[in-house]
Design a protein around this ligand. Sequence first.
Ligand SMILES: [Zn+2]
Length: 122
Amino acid sequence: MHELSIAQAIIDVATRHAEGRRVLRVEVQVGHLRQVVPDSLQFAFALVVQGTALDGAELAITHVPAAGRCRECGAERVMESFPLSCGACGSFDVEVLAGEELLVEALELEEDLLEKSRVSST
Ligand SMILES: [Zn+2]
């Protein structure tokens, strides 16, 4: 399953940044061209986090639409479907500008939460 390796990659990055702290929430950006099914990724994530510092963490997925610039006519468009083609002239010679993202954007760590609650109680 494609999503399983993506979930594993997310966990690897998050674990490295957490440095032993518990991770409560992970925010990721996933580009359209990754062809990730959000439900499948959630499912894979829930499986792979078991026994890690991310066990029970919430996964928040932000979908990034694919966008490209046509090398024929120069049009910049959001591209919804495969094969990628220019919405203006129909050329398949497009340069991808967005949609290949697979980024761990933010982490919420247990320590951060404690910090926050301390701030709000004063
Ligand atoms: Zn074009």
